[in-house]
Ligand binder design. Structure first.
Ligand code: PAF
Length: 283
């Protein structure tokens, strides 16, 4: 695996890979602190391409002023060893100066799907995500790019951007990897104390219970309120949202005429956790 830090070397290495037999390239964008969720993206990428490029870049523009940019876990040597063992071809790990050179003044804003949920609670977050992902697509020129469904709204935003800007890349969503007790794997789980980690399991448990009740035809407002109460009782707070939304547009829905998604964001101590689950259409 090649560890590359500048765009000129990246282009050279990609040219060699593309011309060296079997040219399909997959990109797995990450912010590092890799866990088994990321590795499932790399494995899914290997099934779809001849060469896998993984990027590690903790992108400052997607963090708000009071968020965890400085605390975000950074463990590049450990990540590189995992990727090497998994057979990635390139680890693309640029510096902030390489990605945002002096005078950088461009931002990509995706409308609609960015407005609710994370967009309402993290102003500017999706502009940062869309801008960096668009740059990564332009730098790597992947045939396919893979993103975890754990960040479900992010996946919807990237699909919208790729469609709207005619970006020649297939966007693939990969199901959320979970610990045995059901907690979604996340680099931010590292912030949880032992006691918080024990209580965190109530988040997916409350969501699964809510999904079952919604699919059984119970009235949505009541189910959402009870899921929120169960999460709060476990010690989460504030709960930013427990929302039932259309699976594509992410607009709130209260009936299941189309496939929907149940999404949650809540803070446990200083850690903000998000999760989401598919809800079947009952029509
Ligand atoms: O999901 C992430 O890790 C990040 O938001 C991404 C897609 C790598 C962009 O910085």
């Amino acid at each position: 695996m090649q560890l590359i830090r500048d765009i000129a070397s990246l282009r050279e290495a990609l040219f060699t890979l593309r011309t060296g037999g079997g040219g399909r390239i997959a990109l797995v964008p990450t912010m590092g602190a890799l866990h088994q969720g990321h590795m499932s993206l790399v494995r899914a990428a290997k099934e779809r391409a001849d060469h896998v490029v993984v990027s590690i870049f903790v992108n400052p523009t997607q963090f708000g002023p009071n968020e965890d940019l400085d605390a975000y876990p950074r463990q590049e040597a450990q990540d590189a060893a995992l990727l090497e063992a998994e057979g990635a071809a390139i680890l693309w790990a640029p510096s902030v100066a390489e990605m945002y050179p002096a005078g950088f003044a461009t931002s990509i804003g995706v409308g609609g799907v960015t407005a609710p949920l994370e967009g309402a609670h993290r102003p500017g977050h999706f502009d940062g995500v869309a801008t960096i992902v668009c740059k990564l697509f332009n730098q790597v020129g992947p045939d396919v790019a893979l993103f975890g469904e754990k960040d479900y709204q992010q996946l919807a935003v990237i699909r919208r951007m790729a469609r709207d800007l005619d970006l020649p890349v297939d966007i693939v969503g990969v199901p959320t990897a979970r610990a045995e007790d059901g907690l979604a794997l996340s680099s931010r789980n590292a912030y949880l104390s032992v006691d918080e980690r024990r209580r965190a399991v109530e988040l997916p448990a409350a969501m699964r219970e809510a999904v079952a009740r919604l699919e059984a035809g119970e009235e949505a407002n009541g189910v959402l309120a009870e899921a929120r109460a169960r999460i709060e009782k476990a010690g989460f707070g504030p709960v930013d949202y427990v929302e039932l939304a259309d699976a594509i547009s992410l607009e709130p829905v209260r009936t299941l005429a189309h496939p929907a998604r149940l999404l949650v964001a809540a803070r446990l101590g200083k850690t903000r956790l998000i999760d989401n689950f598919h809800v079947k259409s009952t029509k």
